[in-house]
Design a binder for this molecule. Structure first.
Ligand code: NAD
Ligand code: TYD
Length: 364
């Protein structure tokens, strides 16, 4: 990978999927810390979004809290006409009439993002994650807009629990679920557009995120919300599978580092040396909630369950980024406090996702 220093400046961003977990945290953090940046969000508001994600903690819509700096379109990235309109408008706004679009970028977060859902309905993963990404890449080329593609370490498949290796930018793709296969395909399309169609882009593959506003279908919020409701955490199988946890703010800061300093056409792996087995995470949560270490249930394992993900973060560290959340325990405590203080945010979504889980999941 080239270590040549680049600097780009962006004043106009289109954030796809900005009403979801990572996208909304990116939007809030950017509006709060970068007064020169205007953001437009394109989001279909699927089950995974929460309209409250586009309000401040005090419940003020972002349009009102940041006048002139935040706008929103409800729309589907699978609809190429919608995508072309929104990307075209971004390019016009950023050009200021002189035809230059160097200040405009797409931060592409929109996706179907949950492995368990992809086992039940893979088709929507192919449509949103592959077709939607192709539409965005094509519109970015047409309007000469830079694109940063947010992807996952799951494209590499899994590692054995005792493998001394971690994922690097040279690791071959070996996805194992329909979700990771669709993300792998999207990554390949982005690289093909870079090579053959003049797309100006960067790609990042990040490890598992945690933090505020993550849907309660996902592992950490599912266990936190269960514990708040006085129920037991639910571990798939024996809970020995390992994930490499990173706080969502650290991920989003790394994305900004790539936008500004990353080499065009390059891929960066984002991780914070946060490997933990699922059972360790459940025990961390039980400790935070003042409960016994074995107060959890073993439930049906996920078919094809990836054993371990682990990122070698050298590519992103070479750009000068480093995590702020070195302590997983501190980040987890903050996240627990957020779910305790925002119960109206997750109650309805939890009922719906628990209903879905109850169709397939049994206590072991
Ligand atoms: P999420 O499910 O919380 O949010 C996805 C957002 O995309 C939602 O707001 C949803 O409404 C929107 N969306 C879905 N389909 C759409 C469509 N067809 N058109 C427009 N909008 C649509 O997901 P997330 O956890 O925030 O993940 C964001 C991105 O980061 C995804 O690309 C995911 O693969 C990647 N990623 C996630 C993690 C993680 O741990 N959550 C880790 C690495 C990478
Ligand atoms: P998840 O949050 O779905 O992320 P991913 O599949 O992308 O890694 O799951 C994280 C880990 O937690 C994964 O090994 C599956 C496991 N898991 C449980 O043990 N119990 C649960 O209730 C859920 C949702 C996941």
């Amino acid at each position: 990978m080239s270590t040549e220093a680049n600097t780009r400046t962006f004043t106009h961003l289109l954030v796809t999927g900005g009403a979801g977990f990572i996208g909304s945290n990116f939007v809030h953090r950017t509006l709060a810390t970068r007064p020169e940046v205007k953001i437009h969000v394109l989001d279909a508001l699927t089950y995974a979004a929460n309209p409250d994600n586009l309000k401040t903690e005090e419940g003020i819509p972002l349009e009102e809290a940041y006048p002139g700096r935040f706008t929103f379109t409800k729309g589907d990235i699978v609809n190429s006409a919608v995508v072309d309109d929104v990307v075209g408008e971004l390019a016009r706004e950023a050009s200021g009439g002189d035809g230059r679009t160097s200040g405009a970028a797409i931060v592409h977060c929109a996706a179907e993002s949950h492995n368990d859902n992809s086992l039940v309905d893979p088709g929507v993963f192919a449509r949103t994650n592959v077709e939607g990404t192709v539409n965005l890449a094509a519109a970015a080329v047409r309007h000469n807009v830079f694109l940063h593609h947010i992807s996952t370490d799951e494209v590499f498949g899994d590692l054995a629990l005792d493998d001394p290796q971690r994922f690097t930018t040279a690791t071959p793709y070996r996805p194992s679920s329909p979700y990771s296969a669709s993300k792998a395909s999207a990554d390949h399309f982005i690289r093909a557009f870079i090579r053959s169609k003049g797309l100006r882009a960067t790609v990042s593959n990040c490890s598992n995120n945690y933090g505020p506003r993550q849907h309660p279908e996902k592992f950490i919020p599912r266990q936190i919300t269960a514990l708040i409701e006085g129920k037991k955490p639910r571990l798939y199988g024996q809970g020995l599978n390992v994930r490499d946890w990173i706080h969502v703010d650290d991920h989003n800061d790394a994305v900004w580092t790539i936008l500004e300093k990353g080499t065009e056409g390059e891929t960066y792996l984002i991780g914070a040396d946060g490997e933990r087995s699922n059972i360790q995470v459940v025990r961390d949560l039980l400790r935070i909630f003042g409960q016994q270490p074995n107060a959890f249930l073993h439930v049906t394992d996920r078919p094809g369950h990836d054993r371990r993900y682990a990122i070698d973060p050298i590519s992103i560290r070479s750009l000068g980024w480093e995590p702020v959340y070195w302590s997983f325990d501190a980040g987890l405590r903050e996240t627990v406090a957020w779910y305790q203080n925002n119960q109206q945010w997750w109650k309805e979504a939890r009922v719906a996702s628990e209903e879905k889980y109850s169709q397939t999941e049994r206590e072991l």
